[in-house]
Design a protein around this ligand. Sequence first.
Ligand SMILES: [Zn+2]
Length: 162
Amino acid sequence: MAKKLFEELQKTLDEPVIVIFASAKIGLWKDEVDLSHVAATHFYLNHKHHSMKKIRKRLQDPIFSQEITTGIKQKQIKQLDIAQIKQLQPQSMELEVISHVVIKYVDDKAAWFFRLCTNCKNEVVHETRNYICKLCKRIIPHPEKRFRVSIVAADSTGGMEF
Ligand SMILES: [Zn+2]
């Protein structure tokens, strides 16, 4: 779906592009909106629906546009090399960085996903045939799944496991 959406967004479309996702699973992940698609998910770009005409008309109102855009967080993401990443302190645990590296090795023996608590998004553990969130102290019957691929990567300053 991401590939198809990307292709569709390359086409010439009226700006701003208004996207409707139908049957998608919307949640929050690290204070950002997270969109997971389910089997029945569809997307519509600049759909010809009367409600879209209303939204587009409202977007022409500068006050309405400003209210929407000021609500969007502009996150500054630093670019660090591996030596700089290795020097980060524990309080930087959730810092997001960009790094240009060469992937040396993909661990294909490790699981390619992990399970998350649907409430707190912490990783759950599998105990006595149940998934348990240690933070929420409860059984999570249907935890969410997230991709996690273990790799070893390097740049000119060194290498490390991600
Ligand atoms: Zn939890």
